[in-house]
Ligand binder design. Sequence first.
Ligand SMILES: NC(=O)c1ccc[n+]([C@@H]2O[C@H](COP(=O)([O-])OP(=O)(O)OC[C@H]3O[C@@H](n4cnc5c(N)ncnc54)[C@H](OP(=O)(O)O)[C@@H]3O)[C@@H](O)[C@H]2O)c1
Length: 295
Amino acid sequence: MKVLLLGKNGQVGWELNRSLIALGEIIALDRTQADFSKLKELREIVAQVKPDVIVNAVAYTAVDKAESEAGLAEIINAKAPAVLAQEALKLNALLIHYSTDYVFDGSKDSPYNETDKPCPINVYGQTKLAGEQAIASSGCDYLIFRTSWVYASRGHNFLLSILKLISEKEELGIVSDQIGSPTSARLIAEITSLCINSAIKEKKSATFTSQVFHLTSSNYTSWYGFTEEIISLVKEKTDIKIKLKSLNAIITKEYPTPAKRPINSRLVLDKLEMTYALKVPDWKDVLSLCVEELK
Ligand SMILES: NC(=O)c1ccc[n+]([C@@H]2O[C@H](COP(=O)([O-])OP(=O)(O)OC[C@H]3O[C@@H](n4cnc5c(N)ncnc54)[C@H](OP(=O)(O)O)[C@@H]3O)[C@@H](O)[C@H]2O)c1
């Protein structure tokens, strides 16, 4: 089996490049080899490689910058995935794509199901939803995984920002009224690998159905709770020196950003767990493993 992995240097892409290795031949490309802003060339790359599976880990993920770069975000998050979907259809390839909790507005007072109506409140969310819709209407075989609050031991993410801040600052204010599930890129990659394995078997037996799944760690916290847990794990498991003396809970209004964020980012995982007979681990257990790696 031939797998085309796009975005191999992103948080999720980097982990996928490891987790997918047992599936077959992996052709892993970065931005210099497959630039999503060049749609014609992207189409030609897929047509040349002729993969059985396309895994799209590329995205325009700068949520605040997207407010002023909507055109570029739209190309990377919606138009390029549409091209991948059209090429996947021609090749009868499976397309794996990632989306986000930010397709929802966060106003629901309980966790979101896959069947809840999306209503993004920022440009990033709008472009990611447009990407989902382009794939779903293309007629190709696809799995879309909506995830949230992604971190890893490398890349740009909340975990690494907090590690820097707590070793440099004495006081920090962190938002406590946005609720979601911190999710490690490795967990996403490992579950993706299991799902591709099943999907390929289903495609062979003509029982495959394209689906959207919510894929995060289980249970929820706030950015403040996430920070408290990072600090506690750093103290317990690493030699990192902490300068921080005071961690303060603030509310979203006190931390204005160019892009609005949903207050409720909680996603229901039942569909994923039931379909693939999985038990998704608690966010604290996954975070603990990641912090251990930072030693
Ligand atoms: N990060 C989160 O908190 C979060 C939350 C919810 C959902 N998601 C979704 O999860 C998926 C994976 O996200 P991630 O956290 O792994 O993102 P990431 O670390 O920001 O990686 C994004 C990747 O896209 C690549 N890229 C950006 N513009 C490109 C272009 N024009 N051409 C080719 N490659 C380009 C980047 O390349 P460079 O390395 O060269 O910059 C990078 O490798 C995405 O679909 C994202 O929307 C992420």
